[in-house]
Design a protein around this ligand. Structure first.
Ligand code: AOS
Ligand code: ZN
Ligand code: ZN
Length: 390
Protein backbone atom coordinates (compact mmCIF):
# COMPACT_ATOMS: atom_id res chain seq x y z
CA UNK A 1 0.00 0.00 0.00
CA UNK A 2 1.21 3.47 -0.86
CA UNK A 3 2.35 5.56 2.06
CA UNK A 4 1.72 8.83 0.41
CA UNK A 5 -0.92 11.24 1.58
CA UNK A 6 -3.11 13.00 -0.97
CA UNK A 7 -1.43 16.30 -1.89
CA UNK A 8 -3.97 18.61 -0.16
CA UNK A 9 -3.73 16.58 3.05
CA UNK A 10 0.07 16.70 2.95
CA UNK A 11 -0.06 20.44 2.36
CA UNK A 12 -2.44 20.98 5.30
CA UNK A 13 -0.26 18.87 7.58
CA UNK A 14 2.87 20.76 6.57
CA UNK A 15 1.35 24.04 7.71
CA UNK A 16 -0.28 22.73 10.91
CA UNK A 17 1.17 24.11 14.15
CA UNK A 18 0.74 23.02 17.75
CA UNK A 19 1.67 25.19 20.74
CA UNK A 20 3.26 23.60 23.77
CA UNK A 21 3.16 24.80 27.40
CA UNK A 22 6.28 25.78 29.36
CA UNK A 23 4.81 24.13 32.46
CA UNK A 24 4.85 20.69 30.82
CA UNK A 25 8.63 20.57 31.29
CA UNK A 26 8.82 21.37 34.99
CA UNK A 27 8.35 18.81 37.73
CA UNK A 28 4.75 17.81 38.24
CA UNK A 29 2.68 15.46 40.30
CA UNK A 30 -0.51 15.33 42.28
CA UNK A 31 -1.38 16.79 45.67
CA UNK A 32 0.25 13.62 47.07
CA UNK A 33 3.69 13.77 45.45
CA UNK A 34 5.67 15.78 42.96
CA UNK A 35 8.28 13.59 41.26
CA UNK A 36 11.69 14.89 40.24
CA UNK A 37 13.38 13.60 37.09
CA UNK A 38 17.08 14.22 36.33
CA UNK A 39 17.76 17.18 34.06
CA UNK A 40 14.60 19.08 34.84
CA UNK A 41 14.70 22.74 33.72
CA UNK A 42 15.63 25.24 36.41
CA UNK A 43 14.24 28.39 34.83
CA UNK A 44 12.14 29.65 31.88
CA UNK A 45 15.21 29.67 29.61
CA UNK A 46 15.72 25.96 30.14
CA UNK A 47 12.01 25.22 29.74
CA UNK A 48 12.14 26.94 26.34
CA UNK A 49 15.26 24.97 25.43
CA UNK A 50 13.37 21.74 26.19
CA UNK A 51 10.34 22.93 24.22
CA UNK A 52 12.60 23.68 21.25
CA UNK A 53 13.56 20.00 21.20
CA UNK A 54 9.92 19.10 20.58
CA UNK A 55 9.85 21.42 17.58
CA UNK A 56 13.21 20.21 16.36
CA UNK A 57 11.99 16.61 16.00
CA UNK A 58 8.34 17.16 15.03
CA UNK A 59 8.70 20.31 12.93
CA UNK A 60 5.21 21.46 13.93
CA UNK A 61 5.56 22.85 17.47
CA UNK A 62 7.04 26.32 16.92
CA UNK A 63 5.38 28.17 19.83
CA UNK A 64 5.66 27.92 23.62
CA UNK A 65 2.97 29.24 25.99
CA UNK A 66 4.29 31.00 29.08
CA UNK A 67 2.72 31.36 32.48
CA UNK A 68 3.15 34.44 34.65
CA UNK A 69 4.48 34.41 37.37
CA UNK A 70 6.02 30.94 36.87
CA UNK A 71 7.98 32.22 33.85
CA UNK A 72 8.73 35.67 35.20
CA UNK A 73 12.20 36.91 34.10
CA UNK A 74 14.14 40.16 34.29
CA UNK A 75 14.27 40.77 30.57
CA UNK A 76 11.48 39.46 28.33
CA UNK A 77 13.10 40.77 25.14
CA UNK A 78 16.05 38.60 26.02
CA UNK A 79 13.79 35.59 26.66
CA UNK A 80 12.10 36.10 23.27
CA UNK A 81 15.52 36.32 21.60
CA UNK A 82 16.60 33.13 23.35
CA UNK A 83 13.46 31.42 21.97
CA UNK A 84 14.12 32.75 18.46
CA UNK A 85 17.74 31.56 18.62
CA UNK A 86 16.40 28.09 19.32
CA UNK A 87 13.90 28.28 16.45
CA UNK A 88 10.71 28.83 18.45
CA UNK A 89 8.60 31.79 19.51
CA UNK A 90 6.51 32.79 22.50
CA UNK A 91 2.85 31.85 22.28
CA UNK A 92 -0.01 32.64 24.64
CA UNK A 93 0.67 34.33 27.96
CA UNK A 94 -1.28 32.64 30.77
CA UNK A 95 -2.21 34.68 33.81
CA UNK A 96 -2.41 33.21 37.29
CA UNK A 97 -5.34 33.91 39.60
CA UNK A 98 -5.05 30.86 41.79
CA UNK A 99 -1.93 31.07 43.94
CA UNK A 100 -2.49 34.08 46.15
CA UNK A 101 -4.15 34.12 49.58
CA UNK A 102 -5.99 37.27 48.51
CA UNK A 103 -7.94 35.19 45.99
CA UNK A 104 -9.53 32.77 48.47
CA UNK A 105 -13.00 34.14 47.69
CA UNK A 106 -12.33 35.15 44.10
CA UNK A 107 -10.16 37.36 41.93
CA UNK A 108 -11.84 39.02 38.93
CA UNK A 109 -15.16 38.40 40.72
CA UNK A 110 -14.08 39.43 44.22
CA UNK A 111 -16.48 41.65 46.18
CA UNK A 112 -13.55 43.64 47.59
CA UNK A 113 -12.57 46.26 45.03
CA UNK A 114 -8.95 46.26 46.18
CA UNK A 115 -8.52 42.57 45.43
CA UNK A 116 -10.39 42.80 42.14
CA UNK A 117 -8.14 45.72 41.08
CA UNK A 118 -5.08 43.66 41.99
CA UNK A 119 -6.28 40.79 39.77
CA UNK A 120 -6.92 43.20 36.89
CA UNK A 121 -3.48 44.78 37.36
CA UNK A 122 -1.87 41.33 37.07
CA UNK A 123 -3.27 41.16 33.54
CA UNK A 124 -1.67 44.53 32.71
CA UNK A 125 1.65 42.93 33.63
CA UNK A 126 0.81 39.97 31.36
CA UNK A 127 -0.02 42.37 28.51
CA UNK A 128 3.38 44.04 28.96
CA UNK A 129 4.97 40.60 28.71
CA UNK A 130 3.00 40.06 25.48
CA UNK A 131 4.34 43.33 24.06
CA UNK A 132 7.92 42.39 24.93
CA UNK A 133 7.70 38.85 23.60
CA UNK A 134 5.48 39.40 20.55
CA UNK A 135 2.75 37.20 22.00
CA UNK A 136 -0.71 37.63 20.46
CA UNK A 137 -2.90 35.90 23.03
CA UNK A 138 -3.71 36.67 26.65
CA UNK A 139 -5.13 33.46 28.05
CA UNK A 140 -7.33 33.67 31.11
CA UNK A 141 -8.44 30.67 33.06
CA UNK A 142 -10.63 31.95 35.88
CA UNK A 143 -10.39 29.73 38.95
CA UNK A 144 -13.11 31.71 40.79
CA UNK A 145 -16.22 30.15 42.24
CA UNK A 146 -18.05 29.24 45.43
CA UNK A 147 -18.35 26.11 47.53
CA UNK A 148 -21.69 26.58 49.27
CA UNK A 149 -25.15 27.67 48.16
CA UNK A 150 -25.75 31.20 49.39
CA UNK A 151 -22.01 31.89 49.84
CA UNK A 152 -22.22 34.76 47.35
CA UNK A 153 -24.59 36.12 44.74
CA UNK A 154 -24.16 34.28 41.44
CA UNK A 155 -25.41 37.33 39.51
CA UNK A 156 -23.30 39.91 41.33
CA UNK A 157 -20.21 37.81 40.63
CA UNK A 158 -21.07 37.74 36.92
CA UNK A 159 -21.47 41.53 36.94
CA UNK A 160 -18.10 42.04 38.60
CA UNK A 161 -16.50 39.57 36.21
CA UNK A 162 -17.94 41.37 33.18
CA UNK A 163 -16.53 44.66 34.45
CA UNK A 164 -13.09 43.15 35.19
CA UNK A 165 -12.88 41.52 31.78
CA UNK A 166 -13.90 44.77 30.08
CA UNK A 167 -11.05 46.60 31.81
CA UNK A 168 -8.55 43.91 30.76
CA UNK A 169 -9.84 43.84 27.19
CA UNK A 170 -9.53 47.63 26.98
CA UNK A 171 -5.86 47.37 27.97
CA UNK A 172 -5.01 45.09 25.01
CA UNK A 173 -3.37 46.38 21.85
CA UNK A 174 -5.35 46.24 18.61
CA UNK A 175 -3.54 43.11 17.42
CA UNK A 176 -3.85 41.19 20.68
CA UNK A 177 -6.61 38.76 21.63
CA UNK A 178 -8.17 37.75 24.93
CA UNK A 179 -8.87 34.03 25.04
CA UNK A 180 -11.14 32.86 27.83
CA UNK A 181 -11.15 29.33 29.22
CA UNK A 182 -14.01 27.60 31.03
CA UNK A 183 -14.07 24.74 33.50
CA UNK A 184 -17.08 23.09 35.11
CA UNK A 185 -15.55 22.36 38.51
CA UNK A 186 -12.36 22.81 40.54
CA UNK A 187 -10.98 24.52 42.49
CA UNK A 188 -14.55 25.29 43.63
CA UNK A 189 -17.32 22.74 43.77
CA UNK A 190 -20.71 24.48 43.98
CA UNK A 191 -20.38 27.19 41.32
CA UNK A 192 -17.56 28.14 38.99
CA UNK A 193 -17.88 31.66 37.60
CA UNK A 194 -17.03 30.48 34.07
CA UNK A 195 -18.20 26.87 34.16
CA UNK A 196 -19.05 26.29 30.51
CA UNK A 197 -18.61 27.41 26.92
CA UNK A 198 -21.91 29.30 26.98
CA UNK A 199 -20.78 31.53 29.84
CA UNK A 200 -17.39 32.09 28.24
CA UNK A 201 -19.01 32.88 24.90
CA UNK A 202 -21.48 35.37 26.43
CA UNK A 203 -18.62 37.26 28.06
CA UNK A 204 -16.62 37.17 24.81
CA UNK A 205 -19.58 38.48 22.79
CA UNK A 206 -19.96 41.36 25.24
CA UNK A 207 -16.26 42.20 25.06
CA UNK A 208 -15.72 42.37 21.31
CA UNK A 209 -14.34 40.56 18.29
CA UNK A 210 -10.93 39.84 19.76
CA UNK A 211 -12.35 37.87 22.67
CA UNK A 212 -12.59 34.17 21.97
CA UNK A 213 -13.28 30.95 23.85
CA UNK A 214 -10.62 28.41 24.93
CA UNK A 215 -11.80 24.82 24.97
CA UNK A 216 -9.79 22.62 27.34
CA UNK A 217 -10.74 19.04 26.54
CA UNK A 218 -10.51 18.07 30.24
CA UNK A 219 -12.96 20.69 31.48
CA UNK A 220 -16.33 19.07 30.83
CA UNK A 221 -18.68 16.73 32.61
CA UNK A 222 -18.11 13.08 31.64
CA UNK A 223 -19.61 12.14 28.26
CA UNK A 224 -20.04 15.72 27.08
CA UNK A 225 -20.03 15.82 23.28
CA UNK A 226 -17.01 18.08 22.82
CA UNK A 227 -17.04 18.08 19.02
CA UNK A 228 -20.54 19.57 19.16
CA UNK A 229 -19.15 22.50 21.16
CA UNK A 230 -16.31 22.83 18.65
CA UNK A 231 -18.79 22.98 15.76
CA UNK A 232 -20.93 25.55 17.56
CA UNK A 233 -18.04 27.85 18.49
CA UNK A 234 -16.65 27.64 14.96
CA UNK A 235 -20.05 28.68 13.57
CA UNK A 236 -19.83 31.79 15.73
CA UNK A 237 -16.19 32.44 14.80
CA UNK A 238 -15.35 32.33 18.51
CA UNK A 239 -13.15 29.30 18.95
CA UNK A 240 -9.85 30.93 19.89
CA UNK A 241 -7.86 27.96 21.08
CA UNK A 242 -7.75 24.45 22.42
CA UNK A 243 -6.06 23.27 25.55
CA UNK A 244 -5.60 19.68 24.48
CA UNK A 245 -5.13 16.88 26.99
CA UNK A 246 -6.79 13.60 28.02
CA UNK A 247 -8.88 12.73 30.99
CA UNK A 248 -10.27 9.57 32.50
CA UNK A 249 -11.91 11.10 35.57
CA UNK A 250 -11.51 14.82 36.16
CA UNK A 251 -9.06 17.44 34.87
CA UNK A 252 -6.37 14.77 34.55
CA UNK A 253 -4.07 16.68 32.13
CA UNK A 254 -2.79 13.43 30.62
CA UNK A 255 -1.35 13.23 27.12
CA UNK A 256 -3.83 14.20 24.41
CA UNK A 257 -5.08 11.22 22.44
CA UNK A 258 -4.05 8.79 25.17
CA UNK A 259 -7.44 8.23 26.78
CA UNK A 260 -9.73 8.65 23.79
CA UNK A 261 -8.05 8.94 20.38
CA UNK A 262 -11.43 8.60 18.70
CA UNK A 263 -12.69 11.74 20.44
CA UNK A 264 -9.61 13.61 19.25
CA UNK A 265 -10.31 12.43 15.70
CA UNK A 266 -13.95 13.59 15.96
CA UNK A 267 -12.79 17.01 17.15
CA UNK A 268 -10.28 17.29 14.30
CA UNK A 269 -12.97 16.19 11.84
CA UNK A 270 -15.07 19.22 12.85
CA UNK A 271 -12.01 21.44 12.51
CA UNK A 272 -11.13 20.14 9.06
CA UNK A 273 -14.72 20.31 7.80
CA UNK A 274 -14.99 23.93 8.94
CA UNK A 275 -11.68 24.84 7.26
CA UNK A 276 -10.27 25.83 10.64
CA UNK A 277 -6.98 23.94 10.49
CA UNK A 278 -4.83 26.53 8.81
CA UNK A 279 -2.84 28.85 11.09
CA UNK A 280 -4.68 31.90 9.70
CA UNK A 281 -8.08 30.49 10.79
CA UNK A 282 -7.52 32.02 14.22
CA UNK A 283 -7.71 28.74 16.13
CA UNK A 284 -4.61 28.06 18.21
CA UNK A 285 -3.98 24.37 18.90
CA UNK A 286 -2.33 24.31 22.30
CA UNK A 287 -1.48 21.53 24.71
CA UNK A 288 -2.19 21.91 28.43
CA UNK A 289 -0.67 18.88 30.06
CA UNK A 290 1.41 17.79 33.01
CA UNK A 291 3.70 14.79 32.78
CA UNK A 292 3.69 13.47 36.33
CA UNK A 293 5.49 10.15 35.90
CA UNK A 294 6.70 10.00 32.30
CA UNK A 295 9.65 11.78 30.66
CA UNK A 296 8.48 15.22 29.72
CA UNK A 297 10.08 16.08 26.38
CA UNK A 298 9.28 12.66 24.99
CA UNK A 299 5.76 13.03 26.39
CA UNK A 300 5.32 16.32 24.56
CA UNK A 301 6.63 14.80 21.32
CA UNK A 302 4.17 11.90 21.72
CA UNK A 303 1.33 14.38 22.29
CA UNK A 304 2.19 16.48 19.25
CA UNK A 305 2.33 13.30 17.15
CA UNK A 306 -1.04 12.19 18.53
CA UNK A 307 -2.62 15.46 17.38
CA UNK A 308 -0.90 15.16 14.01
CA UNK A 309 -2.13 11.57 13.55
CA UNK A 310 -5.72 12.52 14.43
CA UNK A 311 -5.47 15.43 12.01
CA UNK A 312 -4.16 13.22 9.21
CA UNK A 313 -7.04 10.81 9.71
CA UNK A 314 -9.53 13.68 9.65
CA UNK A 315 -7.97 14.88 6.39
CA UNK A 316 -8.41 11.40 4.90
CA UNK A 317 -12.19 11.39 5.29
CA UNK A 318 -13.73 10.86 1.88
CA UNK A 319 -15.84 14.00 1.96
CA UNK A 320 -17.65 13.21 -1.26
CA UNK A 321 -18.75 9.80 -0.05
CA UNK A 322 -19.63 11.28 3.34
CA UNK A 323 -21.62 14.15 1.82
CA UNK A 324 -23.49 11.86 -0.55
CA UNK A 325 -24.39 9.45 2.23
CA UNK A 326 -25.52 12.32 4.45
CA UNK A 327 -27.69 13.82 1.69
CA UNK A 328 -29.23 10.43 0.92
CA UNK A 329 -29.94 9.64 4.54
CA UNK A 330 -27.60 6.62 4.37
CA UNK A 331 -26.89 6.44 8.06
CA UNK A 332 -24.52 3.50 8.03
CA UNK A 333 -22.64 4.53 4.89
CA UNK A 334 -22.08 7.99 6.37
CA UNK A 335 -20.77 6.49 9.58
CA UNK A 336 -18.58 4.10 7.57
CA UNK A 337 -16.99 6.97 5.64
CA UNK A 338 -15.86 8.44 8.93
CA UNK A 339 -14.74 5.15 10.44
CA UNK A 340 -12.75 4.17 7.34
CA UNK A 341 -10.62 7.26 7.80
CA UNK A 342 -10.32 6.71 11.54
CA UNK A 343 -9.11 3.14 11.08
CA UNK A 344 -6.41 4.10 8.57
CA UNK A 345 -2.91 3.67 9.93
CA UNK A 346 -1.45 7.06 9.05
CA UNK A 347 1.89 6.54 10.78
CA UNK A 348 3.80 5.37 7.67
CA UNK A 349 2.35 8.30 5.70
CA UNK A 350 3.48 10.79 8.33
CA UNK A 351 6.92 9.18 8.46
CA UNK A 352 7.21 9.76 4.71
CA UNK A 353 5.96 13.32 5.05
CA UNK A 354 8.66 14.01 7.63
CA UNK A 355 11.34 12.49 5.45
CA UNK A 356 10.20 14.81 2.62
CA UNK A 357 10.60 17.75 5.00
CA UNK A 358 14.10 16.73 6.00
CA UNK A 359 13.01 15.53 9.44
CA UNK A 360 13.72 12.16 10.94
CA UNK A 361 10.76 9.89 10.12
CA UNK A 362 10.67 8.68 13.74
CA UNK A 363 10.84 11.76 16.01
CA UNK A 364 10.84 9.83 19.28
CA UNK A 365 13.65 7.49 18.26
CA UNK A 366 15.65 10.43 16.92
CA UNK A 367 15.17 12.43 20.12
CA UNK A 368 16.17 9.46 22.28
CA UNK A 369 19.25 8.84 20.16
CA UNK A 370 20.30 12.49 20.38
CA UNK A 371 21.54 12.13 23.96
CA UNK A 372 19.82 15.39 25.00
CA UNK A 373 18.34 13.86 28.17
CA UNK A 374 21.76 12.72 29.46
CA UNK A 375 23.36 15.96 28.40
CA UNK A 376 20.94 18.13 30.40
CA UNK A 377 21.01 15.71 33.33
CA UNK A 378 24.76 16.38 33.55
CA UNK A 379 24.58 20.09 32.85
CA UNK A 380 21.68 20.92 35.16
CA UNK A 381 22.90 19.47 38.44
CA UNK A 382 22.55 21.90 41.31
CA UNK A 383 19.98 24.63 41.53
CA UNK A 384 16.31 24.02 42.17
CA UNK A 385 14.31 22.54 39.34
CA UNK A 386 11.25 24.46 38.26
CA UNK A 387 7.96 22.73 38.84
CA UNK A 388 4.29 23.33 38.10
CA UNK A 389 3.94 26.49 40.09
CA UNK A 390 7.54 27.59 40.25
C1 AOS B 1 -6.69 24.79 34.71
O1 AOS B 1 -7.32 23.79 35.04
C2 AOS B 1 -6.47 25.13 33.35
O2 AOS B 1 -6.58 24.03 32.49
C3 AOS B 1 -5.57 26.19 32.86
O3 AOS B 1 -5.42 26.20 31.47
C4 AOS B 1 -4.35 26.59 33.57
O4 AOS B 1 -4.25 27.94 33.41
C5 AOS B 1 -3.08 25.93 33.08
O5 AOS B 1 -3.06 24.64 33.56
C6 AOS B 1 -1.83 26.64 33.48
O6 AOS B 1 -2.04 27.53 34.46
ZN1 ZN C 1 -6.33 24.50 30.41
ZN1 ZN D 1 -7.31 22.30 33.37
Amino acid sequence: MSHSLPAPAAEALRSQTIEIPSWAFGNAGTRFKVFTLPGGPRDPYEKIADAAQVHRYTGIAPRVSLHIPWDRVEDYDDLARHAADLGVQIGAINSNLFQDDDYRLGSLTHADERIRAKAIAHHRECIDVMRATGSQDLKIWLPDGTNYPGQDSIRARQDRLADSLAQIYAALDADQRLILEYKFFEPYFYTMDIPDWGTSLLHCLALGERALVVLDTGHHAPNTNIEFIVAQLLRQGRLGAFDFNSRFYADDDLMVGAADPFQLFRIMHEIVQAGALSPDSGVSFMLDQCHNIEPKIQGQIRSVLNVQEATAKALLVDVEALGAAQRDGQVLEANEALMDAYHTDVRPMLADLRADQGLDPDPIAAFKASGYVDQVADARVGGAQAGWGA
